[in-house]
Design a protein around this ligand. Structure first.
Ligand code: 13P
Length: 250
């Protein structure tokens, strides 16, 4: 299958130096395959992950400030994240939308800052259970995409990932069925193709683990995973990365 997969870990507010040592003791350079492995630790550990991880592992931040510098306590700028050699930044995660009141307007500014600093955005979108139950999923997705992205941004930037993360599937053990996820991913592709001819890989996030990764990653419009809980176990995360390779080798 000619599809490169992006297997990304979102550690959220987890890990410690001891955890990082142990994690990369079991994840070595011989683990590399033809897909992209990305790890997004808390900012404070980006450097430690860079030092301990095998060189094929790409590192990402979980957020980025829309400011360049100044009196913004607790924030990290794109320049700072880039200085740590992080290549990716998760932007607009539903936990940031909910707990930090991040709006689509703010998320757009953050995405532009990431691009300005050569950091590949992983833009997260997804519906709540109420929105799904009332049949609004595709409209919500459409709104989230169009209020953050436009044809100018898309045409100028091939380096971008989108993660479809249904909020009701995050950390709940509930997973969108492969058909449900694929339907939304196909819709995202349609919306994007109305704006630009660039093909942006779309990852699925929400209780992905080694036991359901194969059926999800096999779907036509799914190009990888953004994995929370299961990514905290190095062997589980490696299994998902290897499943992607098995699918790729067909
Ligand atoms: P879980 O894999 O724990 O459901 O988290 C998904 C997620 O939020 C990744 O960003």
């Amino acid at each position: 299958m000619d599809k490169k997969f992006f297997i990304a870990a979102n550690w959220k507010m987890n890990a410690s130096l001891a955890f990082i040592d142990e994690y990369f003791a079991s994840l070595r350079s011989e683990s590399e395959n033809s897909n992209e492995m990305i790890i997004c630790p808390p900012d404070i550990y980006i450097q430690s992950v860079k030092e301990k991880a095998p060189s094929f592992v790409k590192v990402g931040a979980q957020n980025i400030s829309h400011h360049d510098s100044g009196a913004y306590t607790g924030e990290c700028s794109g320049k700072m994240i880039g200085d740590q050699s992080a290549k990716y930044a998760i932007i607009g995660h539903s936990e940031r939308r909910e707990y930090h009141n991040e709006s689509n307007d703010l998320i757009r500014l953050k995405l532009l800052k990431a691009i300005e600093h050569d950091i590949t955005p992983i833009l997260c979108i997804g519906e709540s259970i109420e929105q799904r139950d009332s049949g609004q999923t595709l409209d919500v997705i459409n709104d989230q995409i169009r209020s953050v992205l436009d044809s100018e941004i898309l045409s100028a930037n091939t380096n971008m990932l989108i993660a479809y993360e249904p909020i009701w599937a995050i950390g709940t053990g509930l997973t969108a069925t492969p058909d449900m996820a694929n339907e939304v991913h196909a819709h995202i592709h349609t919306v994007l193709s109305e704006m630009s001819s660039n093909r942006i890989p779309i990852l699925y996030g929400g209780s992905m683990k080694s036991s359901n990764a194969k059926e999800l990653l096999q779907m036509e419009h799914i190009h990888g995973g953004l994995i929370g809980g299961a990514s905290l176990d190095a062997s589980e995360f490696l299994k998902i990365y290897n499943i992607a390779e098995e699918i790729r080798n067909g």
